[in-house]
Design a protein around this ligand. Sequence first.
Ligand code: HQG
Length: 195
Amino acid sequence: DINRAKIINNNMNNSRLVEVSKYLSLVLRHQPEKIGIKLDPHGWVAIEELLKAAKNHKFPIWETELYTVVENNDKKRFSLDPSGTLIRANQGHSVEVDLQLEPEIPPDILYHGTVIRVIDSIKKTGLQKMSRHYVHLSNDITTARNVAKRRKGKSIVLVVDAMGMFQDGYNFYLSANNVWLVNEVPHRYLQILDT
Ligand code: HQG
């Protein structure tokens, strides 16, 4: 089916891809109850159930469109289970899920893109996970800049002393789509990137 998705991909334009991806993010990360589906404890839902529910709630998605989004979504936001019958979001949930990620050794340095107006608050409390389950960190500056651009205001990139944190006992997790996750980043591990 993934192969079929690759073929049909030519027929799915980018705006439709984004639209379906946003819809899947909403129901697989934040509001499954909105369309009456239930995620299992690890965040999975049967594709068949999801497509039926979406259709019943006036957002029909072709099965091939779903495979195309899983394959081609810019950030690989979704995964299928090995059987290919279940789907889940790789990260970014606000609903309670256990993604069963194992702690991993982080690179020396990670990055976090944000906006200048929240810097005073970050100085006081460090980086907090806010409405997500973790603070999200990037491997590279470009990704951090793009994350920052989603928000209103002047962007700023913070450099995180990930290895220092790791050595001090903080757990780091790596999502299936290469986002580094951590519970918090105290201010002492942060520096503003010189640009
Ligand atoms: C900020 C997207 C004040 C933090 C992206 C961020 C990413 C504080 C915002 C992923 C704070 C939370 C995550 C503090 C943190 N005081 N503000 N103490 N601590 N903040 O969206 O990292 O498209 O929850 O800097 O690409 O921006 O969803 O986190 O600006 O990978 O797949 O609070 O979301 O991916 O915002 O983005 P978010 P984020 P998806």
